[in-house]
Design a protein around this ligand. Structure first.
Ligand code: C2E
Ligand code: MG
Ligand code: MG
Length: 664
């Protein structure tokens, strides 16, 4: 046996001699003796073998892949003499191949079992689809092979896809990610997000891609969108959607040329007395009523009107297409008719009514808010005009709304400009004609309109919420004035001051603190201050106001029910409340001489006050006859033009100067 050095090296020997010394026959080094026999047989039979890959055992016993070739050499007689051969070390290569096979099958498994759809396309045709992709569309992998992508794509998105192909072929940039819609085998649409990229496979351009099912996500998004634009109770579009549609209508009407202009109108519906339903039947019933009304509106109008629940008990309507005044009125009539039949609320028949405000679209509206503001104004007109009707917003209302706005602006400024004044109307003890006190009544010195009585601005004060600040100012000013007069005219020992307090102020926690501080600052006997509150302030359920009243009572301040007899409170609630005085409303005094009913009421109130130990004042006394009658039934105090109007402080002071004698 002859071997060379390279051969020895492969097998781990330092030299050929060393190898020869330890291995008798080259064939001994084969790892598998069986294999060796087989190779020898093969060489003897065929005369040779080549590039046979097998494993050999190296000097230190390790196995190694080699590629072996051998040639049989025969002697002159033709008998096998010996072998000559070569061995190539392919161990490294072999290891790599195995590793490659491993990793390839790993990737294959990964792709085949992936939850994400994977495909390969050549041209328009699928050449590979994994299980997830095929399954997504209800096919087997094999069924997708060879299919044109158009066959499984929703027809409406095919043009987009073709456009992408065109761009790609033209070498332009195409976004690799896009959403599209595929068709399931059963016809259902499957929304997917696709990610694609080109690859070269066997020298041919292919597209590979992944597909993610986003149908559920889209459904969730759609649900979310629905909830954001619809009222959960009635399922009707909500304010947001309505405003959107209205904005579209406004745009359409402003764009078209005058002759072909599409007109629009908005109907604003507000239920009459819905609060009553809630209060008396409960909120559950109120909700059911709203749902019933929504259904009825939909049943009769939905085909050509957008109906929205705008808020609480408000619905807004936007007729589709062109809508002129006549059509809007016709719709309003239809809506009002819907309320002629009772609604079934859990077996109970409930009648409901609605008032409607209508706005006919105009060029100068800039936003839906402006349209709805005017519709709301018109709706209030309808309510004021006796409810269950409709009113169309017109120019006069517009002007009024404008001046109202102006008034509001002015009112806000009035604080800065210190334009409020208190006037004082004397309160007289009827039996003696003595001046015992005054009622502070607010006036506004408007820079352009002159001295305004509260009737002209109380509504604005209430709406802006500034009434609280105004009254707080009034309270301070009245206390200051009272203290000054009590000091300057000590002969009027019991001089008291009545101050009107809005019910809102009664709810705020500061009032008690405020009153306490004022009494301290001006060193006023608590009983000299009397707060006038209307009945609504202590109706059932106004727990907070009730609390305030009790705290004020504890301070020793007088509490007066103003305009007594005009509210709807039960006598019981008075008996239980901390009030110590009543003020009979002018309504009963005005015609007391001619109206026996009112006379009877006055007599009853007098008796009631007497029994409960409440002081009683009659307001609005204008004639001696009225005064005498009140005196005769036992009413203690009076107030009215007969004695004096509300006076500016200087004039009131003149009365004090003149002494206690009040002519009347
Ligand atoms: P009120 O508290 O019932 O005040 C009595 C109203 O009757 C006053 O009108 C007074 O000027 C008027 N009056 C007095 N005597 C007669 C009379 O003989 N005949 C007629 N026809 N009227 C008479 P005014 O000052 O316009 O106040 C109206 C209402 O405004 C008040 O009714 C009160 O509810 C409210 N008010 C007045 N000042 C304030 C205030 O500072 N704060 C709050 N929150 N409300 C106020
Ligand atoms: Mg009053
Ligand atoms: Mg009054």
């Amino acid at each position: 046996m002859e071997v060379n050095r390279v051969m020895a090296g492969i097998l781990g020997y330092d030299s050929a001699e060393q190898l020869k010394a330890s291995v008798a026959d080259m064939l001994q080094v084969y790892a598998d003796p069986e294999e060796r026999r087989h190779l020898v047989e093969r060489a003897l039979r065929d005369g040779s073998f080549s590039h046979y890959e097998t494993r050999v055992r190296t000097r230190d016993g390790e196995l190694k892949w080699v590629s072996a070739s051998a040639l049989l050499i025969r002697d002159e007689a033709g008998q096998p003499a010996h072998f000559t051969g070569s061995v190539l070390d392919i161990d490294q290569r072999h290891r790599m191949q195995v590793a490659l096979q491993h990793s390839e099958s790993r990737y294959r498994t990964l792709v085949e079992h992936s939850q994400v759809g994977v495909f390969i396309m050549r041209g328009d045709v699928y050449t590979y689809a994994n299980h997830a992709f095929a399954n997504l569309l209800g096919y087997t992998e094999a069924e997708l092979l060879g299919r044109n992508y158009r066959e499984i794509m929703a027809p409406e998105v095919v043009p987009q896809s073709e456009e992408r192909d065109r761009l790609r072929q033209a070498g332009e940039h195409v976004p690799p990610d896009f959403g599209t819609c595929l068709l399931h085998r059963d016809g259902r649409r499957v929304f997917v997000r696709v990610s694609i990229g080109p690859v070269q496979l066997d020298g041919v351009e292919h597209l590979t891609g992944t597909v993610l099912d986003i149908t559920r996500q889209r459904e969730a998004e759609e649900r979310l969108r629905f909830h954001a634009t619809h009222d959960p109770l009635t399922g009707l579009p909500n304010r947001m959607l309505f405003n959107q549609r209205l904005a579209e209508s406004m745009l359409l009407s402003s764009q078209a040329a005058d002759r072909r202009r599409r007109r629009y109108a908005v109907l604003f519906l507000d239920l009459d007395g819905f609060k009553w339903v809630n209060d008396s039947l409960g909120h559950g019933a109120g909700d059911r009523l709203l749902v019933e009304i929504a259904r009825r509106l939909e049943d009769s109008l939905l085909s050509d009107v957008l109906i929205a629940r705008y808020g609480g008990d408000e619905f807004t309507l936007l007729p589709d297409g062109d809508c002129d005044r006549d059509r809007a009125v016709e719709i309003a009539r239809r809506v009002l008719k819907l309320f002629e039949q009772p609604f079934d609320i859990g077996g109970q028949q409930v009648f409901s009514a609605a008032s409607l405000g209508i706005v006919i679209g105009q060029r100068n509206y800039e936003s839906p808010d402006q349209v709805l503001r005017d519709a709301d104004t018109a709706m209030y007109r309808a309510k004021a005009a006796g409810k269950s009707g409709y009113v169309i917003f017109d120019e006069a209302m517009h002007q009024e709304a404008l001046s109202r706005l102006q008034l509001e602006t002015d009112f806000r400024l009035a604080f800065e400009r210190a334009e409020f004044r208190l006037h004082y109307q004397p309160i007289i003890e009827l039996a003696s004609g003595r001046l015992v006190g005054a009622e502070a009544l607010v006036r506004w010195r408007h820079p352009l309109r002159g001295l305004l009585p509260p009737g002209d601005f109380l509504a604005v004060a209430e709406e802006t919420g500034l009434i609280v600040d105004m009254d707080a100012w009034g309270l301070r000013e009245a206390c200051r004035q009272l203290a000054a007069w009590r000091k300057a005219y000590p002969e009027f020992t019991g001089l008291s001051m009545n101050v009107n307090v809005d019910e809102r102020q009664m709810v705020s926690a500061e009032i008690v603190e405020e009153v306490f501080t004022l009494l301290q600052t001006h060193q006023l006997p608590p009983a000299s201050l009397r707060l006038e509150v209307t009945e609504t302030a202590f109706r059932a359920g106004r727990g907070q106001a009730e609390q305030r009243l009790l705290s004020l009572k504890a301070l020793g301040v007088g509490l007066v029910v103003d305009d007594f007899g005009t509210g709807y409170s039960s006598l019981e609630s008075f008996a239980a409340s901390p009030f110590d005085a009543l003020k009979m409303d002018q309504l009963f005094i005005r015609d007391i001489e001619t109206n026996p009913r009112h006379r009877a009421i006055v007599r009853t109130i007098t008796g009631f006050a007497d029994e409960l130990g409440l002081a009683l004042t009659a307001e609005g006394i204008e004639t001696e006859g009225q005064r005498d009658l009140l005196k005769s039934v036992g009413c203690q105090y009076g107030q009215g033009y007969l004695f004096s109007r509300a006076l500016p402080p200087e004039d009131f002071e003149q009365m004090l100067l003149a002494g206690s004698r009040i002519v009347g």
